[in-house]
Design a protein around this ligand. Structure first.
Ligand SMILES: CC(C)(COP(=O)(O)OP(=O)(O)OC[C@H]1O[C@@H](n2cnc3c(N)ncnc32)[C@H](O)[C@@H]1OP(=O)(O)O)[C@@H](O)C(=O)NCCC(=O)NCCS
Length: 175
C-alpha cells in the first residue's frame, strides 16, 4: 500500500482526534480491558496540536483520506498531557527526541502505515540533530516499535487518580 506522508495542518486536528479514538478503542481492545480502553479513549487518545506549529506532526494519506499520524518533540515528558495520571514525571534524557501521537485507522492497520510514518519521523528527528529517540509505547505499539528498532527498556505502570492502572513500555532507539 502506497501512502503519502505530509505535515499536519491545524484543520486536521478534529479528524486526527477522532481517528486516535477509533484506533485506541478498536485496536487497543486486544491488549487492554474494557475499563482501561474507556479510560484511554477519554484521557489519552488525542493528538498534541502544539506539534503543528513546530512542523513535527505528520499524517499518512491514502488518496484524500487520512489513515494515520505520528509526531515527535525535542525532549520533554513521555507521559501524555492532561491524562490525569498520578505518576511521577517521566522525562526523556537530554538529547532525546520523543515519539508521540502514533495512531493508525483500524481499517488500514497492519499494512505498513505506521512504518511509513515512522520512517519520516525518524529521518526528520535525525536531521534536526537528535541521536536518540524515546517512546512510551502502548501494548499495541510495543511490537511495531520493536520492529522499528526500539529496545524495550522497562514496563511503566500508568496510574490514574482512582487507582486504575495501564501498562506502557518505555523504549529507546539510537538514531
Ligand atoms: C500501533 C499502531 C500505530 C501500528 O500501526 P500499523 O500501521 O498497524 O503498523 P504497521 O503495519 O506499520 O506495522 C509495523 C510493524 O510492526 C509489526 N507488528 C504489528 N503488530 C505487531 C504486534 N502486535 N507484535 C509484533 N509486531 C507487530 C508489523 O509486522 C510491522 O513489521 P514489519 O514492517 O517489519 O513487517 C496501531 O496498531 C495503532 O494505532 N494502535 C492503537 C493506538 C496505539 O496504541 N497507539 C500507540 C500509542 S503509544
Amino acid at each position: 500500500m502506497r501512502v503519502g506522508i505530509r505535515r499536519a495542518r491545524a484543520s486536521d486536528i478534529a479528524t486526527l482526534d477522532a481517528l486516535a479514538q477509533r484506533a485506541v478503542a478498536e485496536i487497543g481492545r486486544a491488549f487492554y480491558s474494557r475499563r482501561q480502553i474507556v479510560r484511554a479513549v477519554n484521557r489519552m487518545a488525542s493528538v498534541d496540536s502544539r506539534l503543528i506549529a513546530d512542523g513535527s506532526l505528520y499524517v499518512a494519506e491514502l488518496g484524500d483520506t487520512i489513515v494515520g499520524c505520528i509526531g515527535w518533540t525535542p525532549g520533554g515528558s513521555l507521559l501524555p498531557a492532561r491524562a490525569g495520571l498520578v505518576e511521577e514525571d517521566l522525562t526523556a534524557e537530554p538529547g532525546s527526541a520523543v515519539l508521540r501521537s502514533l495512531f493508525v485507522e483500524p481499517a488500514h492497520a497492519g499494512r505498513g502505515v505506521a512504518r511509513s510514518l515512522f520512517r519520516r519521523c525518524k529521518s526528520d528527528a535525525a536531521k534536526a540533530g537528535f541521536r536518540r529517540m524515546e517512546a512510551l509505547a502502548s501494548a499495541a505499539a510495543k511490537g511495531p516499535c520493536r520492529r522499528f528498532g526500539f529496545a524495550r527498556s522497562r514496563a511503566v505502570r500508568l496510574r490514574f487518580d482512582d487507582g486504575l492502572e495501564l501498562v506502557s513500555y518505555h523504549m529507546t532507539l539510537d538514531l
